[in-house]
Design a binder for this molecule. Sequence first.
Ligand code: SAM
Length: 151
Amino acid sequence: MDATHQTMRCGVAGLTPPSVVQLSPDHRWRGANLRSEKVRPTLAKIEEHRLKLASDKSPLATGDLGVAGIFDEGCSISDAVGVSKKKMNAEHLFSYTVLTEAKCCVETGTNVGISSSYIAAAMNAAGPDWQLHTLESSPYRIRLARDCTRI
Ligand SMILES: C[S@@+](CC[C@H](N)C(=O)[O-])C[C@H]1O[C@@H](n2cnc3c(N)ncnc32)[C@H](O)[C@@H]1O
């Protein structure tokens, strides 16, 4: 792990993003950028899905999956998606994932799967051999994330 990669990891963690992103000398751009025809339809579908969830005022925890998560009480589906990374930050996450050529990512806090879907789209655009491990305590958020990550 060189200094360049450490800087980029800080950006992903939500700290001050680097103003200059240096690529390692052997970096290979795989065409998986935000404007690529290969990924644009997928990212558009994620955003359509976000809008659909944002308009859903029904309760998140419906009781059928057992005990609600610690943040689920009194929360609607719309409230839940409201804490997901906004489009611009999710696009940064996508770009960092592409630039680091990540093949395996761990996300702490899936929520409804918006950022998970951006990370997955970035790794998937570079090839089929990747893994995303994402952790979430709420079964109700996991159910929604399953729908989102099927996009
Ligand atoms: C800010 S949200 C994550 C947003 C998501 N990464 C996105 O941008 O779409 C944080 C999530 O972490 C979950 N969470 C908080 N504490 C947790 C814990 N101890 N174990 C597992 N999940 C946890 C919450 O339920 C919540 O869904």
